[in-house]
Write a protein that binds this ligand. Sequence first.
Ligand SMILES: *Cc1c(COP(=O)(O)O)cnc(C)c1O
Length: 435
Amino acid sequence: MELYSTNNPGLRTSLRDAIFQGLPDDNGLFMPVRIPKVSDNYIRHPESYTFQELAFEIARTLIGDEIPEGDLKMIIEQSITFPAPVISLDKQTRVLELFHGPSLAFKDFGARFMAQTMSYFNREETEPLTILVATSGDTGGAVAAGFLNAPGIRVVILYPSGKVSPLQEKQLTTLGHNIHALEVSGTFDDCQHLVKQAFLDQELRQQIRMSSANSINISRLIPQVFYYWEAYKQISTEQQDVIFVVPSGNFGNLTAGLIAQKMGLAVRHFIAATNVNDVVPEYLETGTYTPRPSIRTISNAMDVGAPSNFSRILDLYSSTWNIIKTQISGYGFTDEQTRAAMQTVYQQYQYILDPHGAVGYLAWKKFQQSHPDSGIGIILETAHPTKFLEEVETTLKIRLDLPETLARLKSLKKEATMISTSYTEFKTWLLQHLN
Ligand SMILES: *Cc1c(COP(=O)(O)O)cnc(C)c1O
């Protein structure tokens, strides 16, 4: 597999290097040089294949011979270990549940595949690899679960003290083994800043092999293509146009959908659903992209004012707004609208949406107003409602049972090291514990 940089189309990098490097030196994003179509049978008869078989074929088509087929099969078998079922709300409205993984959010797909491919490429290295990751909540849990016990790899998670939910904190701090949690007395930005400084510190890098696990890593995007196919498969016999509705923050999820379409999946249209952080819907509407500071909402995993994958979307369409806006519609919604949507869906269908999925539902309804006979909308439900327990319980006036994976966490003991926002303190910890 060859990749280039969105800032330098002439660059050529292997998948291995792109994964370990994370970002090209020119600060662009890695993109595949070729996005080939998968073979015809997988496009026309997806129902003949299991989720893992679809995933393997998509991965094989994209990655080519850089990972031998036997090894790729193992990677798929160890990363696609839970289902992605499509639930029917009504004839035209479906929900794709992406929350059946260990951290109960769709990020498990990306994190597990990334962990498996990194371990694969790392297997002949003698020096251990350290993954540094700053998290505002969801990413850390998925990455921690994905890399747990990965041979030769250890993970250091930095999270802002008191600013992640108690359950999220438990997901980060109770795994032990090769997962270390640092509780930073500061904000998410402070955490991110510490990680950035470490990557820029040549002296540190000479002593510790480091890599990042953030959402722009190309290995997190690849497995997200799989579940679009898996979702399409489940309604393929209905012979209707398919529209994917994607609750979006950094727009990695939507980018993966666009790649699936390029690989041959017959998607009619995409809908980008956001909360009030709506710089992309605004771009689709006006042709002008104006990143700005993010605003806090109840769908907080989408509180992004400068989406990191936006340049990948531009790149896929050679920055041609006229074409992009025919392929993607975008809508943004307030918290008040989001809560009302959660209530409506619960009353009408007895289905519990989390705030992110509810934003997707609103976008689908809005699109339907102007396109009444538009086929089937598949809303990506990106997190389990119990991940946002208080918000869901208050809004719906119900009590939720915690799923087994979360209930178990309550009794586990938190283990984290408290550090300040001082880089010297962080560096000293790294050198003392990882050298
Ligand atoms: C990360 C996340 C999103 C946003 O996904 P992007 O790929 O960044 O657009 C949406 N919902 C949940 C629950 C998330 O954790």
